[in-house]
Design a protein around this ligand. Structure first.
Ligand code: NI
Length: 174
């Protein structure tokens, strides 16, 4: 948090299959796996491109349709909010280490973009899946989750969390 690349819009990817972007995606996958994260955006590893990766495990996301999603590599994403951003949920971020915050997001969204081979992706998402995508795409516009919060009394150190709430609060680290 505070790095210039995390505060400015990232650039669209013109050539998805280029060696530069392929290498970037591999680095992102390695970083997300090493960190045990649910998603990652390219500016988080110092690359100013509109590339995000994410997954929403059914075990965390619930069983409903559109609530979970397998590992997705999404370039040049566009989001349309289908509901108002009013649903509160705990988020964490690899770029804001040690903290968790209660963040309002839209429960239903539609998003589109292209995959690493340039093929179109278009999906509707709900719940946890929708939250992860909103968090990641915000990174491409220079927005970190604390900027989405309305009540900063709900921005807390992980070390201060009530252990009985850990499961719920650990829901998202992206
Ligand atoms: Ni993040």
């Amino acid at each position: 948090m505070g790095h210039p690349l995390l505060r400015q819009p990232a650039r669209p990817v013109a050539l998805p299959a280029s060696p530069e972007i392929s290498s970037l995606i591999k680095d992102m996958l390695d970083t997300m796996t090493a960190a045990g994260g649910t998603g990652l955006a390219a500016p988080q590893i110092g690359e100013p491109f509109r590339v995000v990766i994410f997954q929403a495990d059914p075990a965390r996301a619930g069983e409903g349709p559109d609530e979970s999603v397998g590992l997705t590599i999404l370039l040049n994403p566009l989001i349309e909010l289908l509901t108002a951003p009013t649903i509160l949920g705990w988020e964490g971020c690899l770029s804001v280490p040690g903290l968790r915050g209660l963040v309002p997001r839209a429960a239903n969204i539609r998003y589109r973009g292209i995959d690493a081979d340039g093929r179109a992706i278009e999906r509707q998402a709900r719940g946890f899946h929708a939250r992860v995508v909103q968090h990641e795409v915000d990174h491409l516009d220079g927005i970190l989750y604390p900027q989405r919060m309305h009540d900063l009394s709900q921005l807390v150190f992980e070390s201060e969390l009530d252990w009985s709430q850990k499961g719920e609060m650990a829901a998202l680290e992206v």
